[in-house]
Design a binder for this molecule. Structure first.
Ligand code: NAP
Length: 509
């Protein structure tokens, strides 16, 4: 048993139904630099095949640390045998060189004396799983600690944002007891990134080229490269994007790269928050604590009721996309507004310019107020004349109907509907002449929309939607950190993230 060196922070969970595939994946991960692997013996049709796999693997990679698990079906694993058979298999795994074995608390409580077989030979990890929710964590740990072990793993399911905080608080309070904590499910994602910094022994990750073994698990490559879980410290500032859905958001890619470029002790995570859970999220934000938030669909309006101070433009627009804490108070701003005005201001003088805005939804509203405030004359068209009129009246612009556009020409046009956005890339509001010199399409997926292509063909100056995304992110970074944002790095990260994903949703911003 090698207990002298600390365990690596990331354990690659390998659950494969074929011993050769198990070995192949373990080798590939080891080649990529990973050193700690969970071999799920219960995934194999004959779990004893896993013992040979452990032996073979350690023969080749003596530096690797292996955790052997043979979860019983009763506890959501795949092993059909008895507790006695389970413990015998784990003993054989220890004999073969596994540095640690995982025994679920239910088995441990039924066969306490059999656990002596592991003591002094391997690291005994007692585990608790709850697939329904996150109960009182201290109570669960107290129950587990009645049985002496080297580590206690508690895997619960996050049902609300605050479950993350309760799970992480346990790691903080019991760092010396050797705990491994995580909340399963997409909502529990923050625990997978944050638990080692909060005092957890390690976190689990999915292998690079196979499914993970639990919901919400992400790949080690992202944990290391994107979230830098081996770099940020216990004092790191924590930021995140509050959204539903949040899965495809490119904001973590952009902001984490920015923190990395500025060598900041900070991390940015997705915070899935359903409608009706904002209050819970904001209570957690104070306790975790979170330093700042990007806020997006469907929360940009409702977040305002949880803030102590809101910048005047954001109040006029009626939406906040940026939240931060200063002197103990939560503050809110709208950087989407700068996302529209700044790229335009680089191409034309906004004061007294004529701008046509297409659409009357949330993004159009932000653009309308920001452009009027910047001194532009704003005209608005859309498919619902009543809503167009209401927005024009609210912001001090002019409402037009599509038929009036034939004899109009504008300095710039801002398109703010989902037309042309994946999967409707063949749609475009303008069939022929585009009535403006500068054409700004808010849609950024695909990177070049049909509107942008037509505008380019007509010799117009084109502003693609990703510029708006970058601009609002740059402003957020500056508000949060007080430092100039590494714009080029952020641009590269966004384009890379967008280029690789084929189906980024409108709600991702
Ligand atoms: P929203 O609140 O749902 O508003 C959508 C607007 O588009 C409404 O005015 C709606 O008209 C109109 N619309 C929808 N489908 C249409 C169609 N087929 N033909 C004509 N009009 C249509 O959405 P949003 O938040 O304003 O977002 C609008 C677009 O901007 C999205 O594509 C989004 O991805 C993009 N966006 C980009 C950024 C960025 O950083 N680049 C930021 C925010 C938004 P009705 O009122 O008649 O329904």
């Amino acid at each position: 048993m090698r207990t002298s060196t600390p365990l690596p922070r990331i354990c690659i969970a390998l659950g494969l139904s074929d011993p050769e595939a198990l070995l192949a994946h373990a080798r590939a991960e080891a080649d990529a630099g990973e050193q700690f692997f969970e071999f799920r013996l219960d995934y194999l049709p004959r779990p004893e095949q896993g013992i040979g796999a452990i032996r073979d693997f350690l023969k080749e990679r003596s530096e690797a640390s292996l955790l052997a698990t043979c979860r019983r079906r009763q506890n959501q694993g795949r092993f059909n045998g008895s507790i006695e058979e389970q413990i015998r298999l784990l003993e054989a795994a220890a004999e073969a060189g596994a540095r640690a074995v995982d025994v679920e608390i239910e088995s441990a409580e039924s066969a306490t004396s059999r656990l002596d077989a592991f003591r002094g030979r391997t690291m005994l990890v007692l585990s608790y799983h709850n697939f329904e929710g996150t109960p009182a964590m201290e109570t669960v740990l107290r129950r587990m600690m009645r049985i002496p072990a080297d580590a206690y793993k508690l895997a619960t399911t996050a049902r609300k944002p605050s479950d993350n905080q309760r799970v992480l608080a346990l790691a903080k309070a019991h760092a010396r007891d050797g705990v491994v904590v995580l909340a399963m499910g997409e909502m529990g994602f923050p625990t997978r990134v944050l638990s080692p910094a909060f005092g957890g022994l390690f976190t689990y990750a999915a292998p690079y080229s196979a499914e993970g073994t639990a919901s919400g698990q992400i790949g080690a490559k992202a944990l290391r490269g994107l979230y830098r879980i081996e770099k940020f410290t216990r004092q790191a500032k924590i930021y995140g994007v509050v959204a539903d859905p949040v899965r495809h958001s490119i904001s973590p890619a952009v902001h984490n790269r920015a923190f990395q470029a500025r060598r900041m002790d900070a991390v940015y995570i997705p915070l899935l928050t359903h409608s009706g859970q904002l209050k819970d999220l904001m209570e957690t934000a104070g306790k975790l604590p979170l330093a700042g938030l990007s806020v997006t669909i469907p929360h940009k309006q409702k977040i305002m009721r949880y803030l102590d101070a809101i910048e005047p433009l954001a109040r006029r627009i009626g939406a906040v996309n940026t939240v931060w804490r200063k002197a103990g108070k939560w503050r809110g701003a709208n950087t989407d507004a700068a996302g529209v005005t700044k790229p335009l201001a680089r191409r034309l003088r906004l004061v007294k310019s004529s701008i046509l805005l297409v659409g009357n939804g949330g993004a159009a509203r932000g653009a309308a107020f920001a452009l009027v405030e910047a001194g532009a004359r704003v005209s608005i068209v859309g498919r619902n004349p009543e809503r167009v009129r209401a927005l024009a009246q609210a912001c001090g612009g002019e409402a037009l109907v599509a038929g009036q556009l034939v004899d109009h020409h504008f300095d710039a046009l801002v398109h703010a509907t989902p037309m042309g956005m994946y999967p409707h890339a063949g749609e475009c509001y303008f069939e022929d002449r585009i009535p403006a010199d500068v054409v700004f399409d808010m849609v950024y997926n695909p990177l070049e929309t049909l509107l942008c292509r037509r505008a380019r063909e007509q010799g117009r100056t084109v502003i693609p939607g990703w510029e708006m995304f970058i601009e609002q992110a740059v402003e957020q970074f500056q508000i949060w950190t007080g430092e100039a944002a590494p714009r080029a790095v952020m641009e590269r990260a966004a384009l890379e993230a967008l280029g690789h994903g084929s189906g980024v949703a409108a709600t991702d911003l």
